[in-house]
Design a protein around this ligand. Sequence first.
Ligand code: MRU
Length: 320
Amino acid sequence: MRTIDWVDGAIEIIDQTALPGELRILRLHTVPELIAAIQSLAVRGAPALGVAGAFGVALAARVHADDPAALTVAVKKVETARPTAVNLARGVRRAAARIGYGPEAVLAEAYAVRDEEIVASQAMAARGADLLVGLCGDRPRLLTHCNTGGLAAVELGTALGVLYELHRRGALAGVVASETRPLLQGARLTSWELSRWGIEHRVAVDSAGPFLMARGEVDGVVLGADRICANGDVINKIGTYSHALGARRAGLPFVVVAPESTVDVSTPHGAAVEIEDRGSAEVTPWAEAVNPAFDVTPRDLVTAIVTDRRVIRLDRGERP
Ligand code: MRU
């Protein structure tokens, strides 16, 4: 099952706000419906956002076929629906570059974005599994953060695809999924996907991660990214930085798995990235809260980045 696809002239998504309670499919017929789905995180995760952006342009190109000004406005709205994951703007721009050739050409490009993410997931799974066994030993116990499975990437996923591949090889001794406050992508979505794959796991509150590492219950950390900067800084779900600090203190490998579509060498470093703030209400009704949805993990805390084409050993001075 794909988390996002184009079906009979509309975008179909698995509504990630309803999981794990209900597996609900949403059909999105208009750009405002798509933008609402992106902003509510009904569709989320960097690679899936790239596909959503490309299909969003396909939708806009049909609806506004005779109104170029309205099409330009609609495309811009999709592109800026969320600011941090580079995949969204990138998917939009790829599809928008085909507008001059007509709506069918735009849709063909969107299909290409989708298909490339599917192939990329498979490549990352194999390469990442090899690397983790090399770094952490034969049957590692691994901690992951947020959700990086098929839900976030069309099919299979990035870091979660690596866990699946290790499990398939009989080379995975345990998984800790951090719950990922405030929207619980780990407790709700990662746990749901791991259960469907038959992978035993435990959910931990976010703040437990570094302590579990210190207590020797984890052999390494593997997670995804929303943007990888030219200098190797990694932007990912809030809580990634504290897990990286915990891994460094415990002397554990910290591995980021993300497709090339997430590598953005036009962004020099993490401080240059707009970090989405999702507002107070998501965190607590009882006080004013600060709610950055992502953080910046400096390159020197990252052991390696696995993409669909390469392994970048930041610990050996390599750069994206
Ligand atoms: O706010 P979200 O749920 O879209 O954030 C997602 C993440 O931070 C993921 O870790 C990242 O996109 C990698 S998904 C393969």
